[in-house]
Design a protein around this ligand. Structure first.
Ligand code: GLU
Length: 314
């Protein structure tokens, strides 16, 4: 990994910025410049490489679901979390209602809106201030705050999430205050991060929950393992399968244009590219990650080919 590789990856990704659209269902997000693209890599040895718009602030959106899931697992444990959602890829869009309207079903997983809203209810007792300081710690970025414009914009266009939340309540999957849960969910989606903050979070996850610089354990090992597995199977909405084939790294995207990727035991990667494909994933961001994963053989299954014995020479 070096700066030259990141520059090449960015050049490879740039033409794809024209192939998508910035999100507009949250009106404030449509102000982003779809041509921007940035990347930041943090290795567990503490090296940092970056290129392009790696310092641009944007809202974390669905990548907050990774933090929400790990905090809920930390504070409430595996059974409480997976009582509220399954662990299955949905094959449907991020705000899908599919199947949860059937009586026996619960949300597919914690990384789509329905599952995430159910999980955020577990975080209500912790409160916004606690969560904000946890996010700053996990992302190694003390400048993270709520982007009020984005929050207000999403809050006033949250009919879909509101209907999901009330549906969950009608099924007994939420019993507390639906409006307070929705507000906290939306505030956590509106946190402003950079590609660098995401790479710090990725570095922490790559290192099993211990901050390499301080030696502090912020997340339990089994919490990281569960979170990374969910990211690998469900982190890119209904594009998770293809992304796993092409890139092969536990990742999570958000409609603000971010992608968080983790190379377990090696590094965290944060990408920013607000031009999105129809599924809500950064078009160019995915290409940048594909380039890096292929060039550096980072796909988690490439490890087997890296370690396999070469054919005997006769
Ligand atoms: N705040 C967004 C929503 O709930 C997050 C969606 C996303 O990034 O996938 O619609």
């Amino acid at each position: 990994m070096d700066d030259v590789l990141l520059r090449q990856a960015l050049e490879f990704g740039k033409p794809y910025t024209g192939k998508g659209e910035v999100a507009s269902y949250i009106p404030e997000l449509s102000k982003a410049d779809g041509r921007e693209l940035g990347i930041c890599v943090r290795t567990i040895e503490g090296e940092e490489f970056h290129c392009g718009y790696w310092q641009r602030r944007f809202t974390i959106q669905s990548i907050s679901k990774v933090i929400n899931l790990s905090m809920a697992l930390e504070h409430h444990g595996f059974d409480a979390v997976f009582h509220k959602t399954k662990m299955e890829p949905s094959g449907a869009s991020f705000n899908s209602m599919s199947r949860i309207s059937d009586n026996e079903d619960i949300p597919f997983n914690p990384l789509i809106n329905s599952g995430a809203i159910a999980i955020v209810e577990l975080l209500l007792p912790l409160g916004l201030d606690y969560m904000l300081s946890a996010v700053r710690d996990l992302c190694g970025d003390k400048y993270i705050t709520i982007d009020e414009e984005v929050f207000q914009s999403e809050w006033s266009h949250s009919a879909r999430n509101r209907s999901l939340a009330y549906l969950l309540q009608s099924k007994g999957l939420m019993d507390g205050n639906v409006e307070d849960t929705l507000r906290l969910y939306t505030q956590l989606c509106s946190l402003s991060v950079t590609a660098e903050s995401l790479s710090n979070l990725g570095q922490l996850l790559a290192n099993g929950g211990v901050q390499p610089e301080t030696g502090r354990r912020l997340l339990k090992e089994e919490v990281v393992r569960t979170t990374l597995t969910m990211m690998l199977t469900c982190g890119m909405y209904d594009g998770s399968g293809e992304f796993a084939v092409r890139v092969g790294l536990p990742s999570k995207s958000g409609v603000g244009g971010g992608i968080l990727s983790v190379v377990p035991g090696e590094m965290g990667i944060g990408v920013y590219g607000p031009s999105l494909d129809r599924k809500g994933n950064s078009v160019a961001g995915q290409k940048v990650l594909e380039y890096i994963s292929r060039t550096e053989k980072l796909h988690i299954l490439d490890r087997y080919s890296r370690n396999s014995l070469s054919a005997p020479q006769n």
